[in-house]
Design a binder for this molecule. Sequence first.
Ligand code: ADP
Ligand code: MG
Length: 679
Amino acid sequence: MNLQKNIQYVKGVGDNRAKVLSSLNIHTVEDMITYFPRTYEDRSMPKKISELEDEEEALIEGLALTNVQEIRANRLKIYKLAIEDETGICYITWYNQSYIKALIKRGNKYKFFGKVKIKSGRIEMASPVFDSDEKTVNTGKIIPIYPSVYNLSQGVIRKIMQNALEEIDADLEETLPDYIIQKYNLCDLSTALKQIHFPESFEMFEKARIRLVFEELLLMQLKLLSLKNQYKFEEGISFDKNVKLDKVMLNIPFKLTKAQLRVLEEIENDMESSKTMNRLMQGDVGSGKTILAILAAYKAAKSGYQVSMMVPTAILAEQHLVSFKNVLEQYNLNCEILTSGISKKQKEDIIARLADGEIDVLIGTHAVLEENVVFKNLGLVITDEQHRFGVRQRGTFSTKGKNVDTIVMTATPIPRTLALILFGDLDISVIDELPPNRKSIDTFAVRNSLEQRINNFISKEINAGRQAYIVCPLIEENEEIDAESVLELVEKYKTKVFSNYRVEYLHGKMKPKEKNAIMTEFKNGNIDVLISTTVIEVGVDVPNATIMVIENAERFGLAQLHQLRGRVGRGEHKSYCILKYTGNSELIRKRMEVMTKTNDGFKIAEKDLELRGIGEFFGTKQHGIPDFKIANLFDDMMILSQVQALAIKIIGDDPKLDKDDNVKLKKAVDNKFEIGMTL
Ligand code: ADP
Ligand code: MG
């Protein structure tokens, strides 16, 4: 069977199951076989009943002493069974699973796998999975546990997986060339797939995993490197060497930090050279990225080109517009704004002046990507907070001009080694220093039980004229279900705790206009307490806001907490960040401690990565970073560096993967990046 075939053709999948699978993003056979187990349970070694330990998960084998007995307790139906091996008796219980009655017969032999409870000598197991003697569907071997199965059981997924693997086997084509398989001693694809789902042993699993990780990372690296190479083929713009920035720099109210100067030089060099710039500018919140964007815009505009900057929200666009105008208007450069909120007439006017070349710098939201927005001669595009856009949009943006230079700004502190790999198609500049005299933000991690004291503290600050943010994790954009959670919080704070103050709220599901209105009110000081989801994470400056309370802080990534914390400490007043958390696992405590002890975004990111691994670190919403199906960049660093060296060698010898040796690789890369995978 062909890998691209719809999953419904696999034995055991009908319309209904196909629907459920599609909600797991499994549409094709290939999606299915690359739906890798989250973990495995070793159900291959039965234990004797007398050797069982309390709370362990174990496999036992024994004879049914009775038939399954049904007991009714209110609405609950309880099913009981006793089984026996030569060392003892174990009592088994299931709840509401009436079908079990028919499956077990007194006197026959079965295997059960489940959690053991020992209460004053009586050995019990609740709701175990089981097989009759000969069968090994649920027991008897190393069993894969899949990440999420909705209302399909693990058993059903396993069965479908088995069928899918059997059905494709004959048609499965090897994706890696022989020379690579041999050199790196990898196992073949067919074996790898079988062993990753149904390992015969943990050694085989390990081999299978290495092979699949290797392939996943190699294809990504080849893709990234080939993108990077493409840029080199075409001549880009050389901006005017005679447009100097020194004078402009003298006219801004502060001195650039050493790090800013270094990054500026990197940008200027790129701009002056005929190479097309693709530069990632990374800097912690408040490190001063905007001024560098402004200076680059000056250089481009004074060289006779237009500049456009894309930001995630209208209010951020407005804020940037002010900053740009402050510096650029005195040099007769025309800055304008384009968001979906402006009137039709204004928009037409801007579009006309843009095409005429009258506008030098256009700042906007994704509205600038619309087809009818046409530049006369766009030379530089800048995107701020790129993790909200994704690489595809970045691509669209740059096609608005011819071989334009690109700067991507991000405050997501990605450790440098990782960034180099993930953004293989971008050069990277890091502003690793904050401007002097920044007040650090005092951060406290407190348990929810101290709420009263926190609220008193907030009141005190508000009475002194300050404003507060309260962030909660529970509404994310497009998530219907949790909508009332933020409202619950609003109810609590608005009508009870802070009823004397002006309390408003903000979340991702509100219309941009409403959001803007609230944010503007907050900025103007007309709201005391702003309750919000993480939509406020992206940088609007409210210097008078000095308190950031984060509810359920344990649910956020550290990098994200740091980003949120960066919303305060932007003015003259002392600022505070209060992390409210529940739970007392070691991990939570450690993570909270990192936040209270460190103010350095990069250090925090590294810690976060160390504590949680990469998947969690980036969260699910980080577009632009490939979503790995099996590789774990933290654990697989060794493979990654091997793969990176190999990819560089391959692309160096054969930039377009045209050589016979690399036919398979080309096919695999094309296949992977055409279909579905966001990069
Ligand atoms: P971010 O990198 O988070 O986008 P901004 O560019 O918004 O940071 O800068 C934060 C604040 O610091 C702004 O008010 C900006 O004017 C100011 N700033 C930037 N660079 C310096 C500097 N070298 N010295 C003092 N203040 C600076
Ligand atoms: Mg910023």
